[in-house]
Ligand binder design. Structure first.
Ligand SMILES: *Cc1c(COP(=O)(O)O)cnc(C)c1O
Length: 218
């Protein structure tokens, strides 16, 4: 099936209020343009350099979410392109985003990446440390915490991801109830091509879809 048909099907299937982020790593600008023309409104990029190329073609015809591991030396460029950074998992990274946004006169919406499967060496804050991290980040004035993001573990059957998505949703509800200033908990980004249906059942409001839109990665 074509990118156009894949997007049309997804848009029909996904309930209103769930935002589809097209995960575009390793795709050409032409493929990304095709997805946007088919109705995708948000593009997710893992690498700042790849994003620059696609951004130079597409610009503000779409919105841009950063979904990869952000290195501090790429923050300055990243805040020029991205409308949201979904993968903040340390105070150090948050401070650098805050500092660069202050210089640029911006406020950056971010999600806190949670390592819901507690996998050593993987990105994301462990669930039990998320509250403390968010309390610190909430003090920064050029960054705004808008929710949580999680990858979940690599699973062989989609159903196996459910407990991790459920725990992340419970964590976001817990943090929302604390009513911290500068913290909104509006978005829950979880679920990819294999697991988005489960993620939506567990309360995802953002799903990040690569293969299901663009086909298998080259
Ligand atoms: C690649 C990627 C996705 C999408 O993965 P698919 O299985 O191709 O849908 C989602 N989120 C992140 C962070 C990714 O890097």
């Amino acid at each position: 099936m074509s990118i156009r048909e894949n997007v049309a099907q997804l848009l029909r299937e996904v309930p209103e209020g769930v935002l589809i982020v097209a995960a575009a790593k390793s795709r050409s600008p032409d493929e990304i343009v095709e997805a946007v023309e088919a109705g995708i409104s948000v593009i997710g990029e893992n690498y700042v350099q790849e994003a620059e190329l696609a951004f130079s073609r597409i610009g503000r015809r779409a919105r841009w979410h950063f979904i990869g591991h952000l290195q501090k030396n790429k923050v300055k460029k990243a805040i020029e392109i991205f409308d949201m950074i979904e993968t903040v998992d340390s105070v150090e990274l948050a401070r650098e985003i805050d500092r660069r946004c202050a210089q640029a006169g911006k406020v950056m919406p971010v999600l806190i990446e949670v390592n819901s499967a507690r996998e050593a060496g993987k990105a994301g804050v462990y669930p039990e440390n998320a509250e403390g991290l968010i309390r610190e980040i909430a003090r920064l004035s050029n960054i705004r915490v808008m929710g949580l993001m999680t990858m979940g573990p690599a699973v062989t059957r989609p159903e196996e991801a459910r407990p991790y998505f459920a725990e992340t949703r419970e964590l976001s509800e817990h943090i929302r109830k604390m009513g911290l200033p500068n913290v909104e908990m509006r978005y829950l980004s979880m679920g990819m091509s294999a697991t988005y249906r489960i993620a939506i059942e567990e309360g995802a409001s953002i799903i990040r879809i690569g293969t299901r839109i663009f086909g298998e990665r080259p």
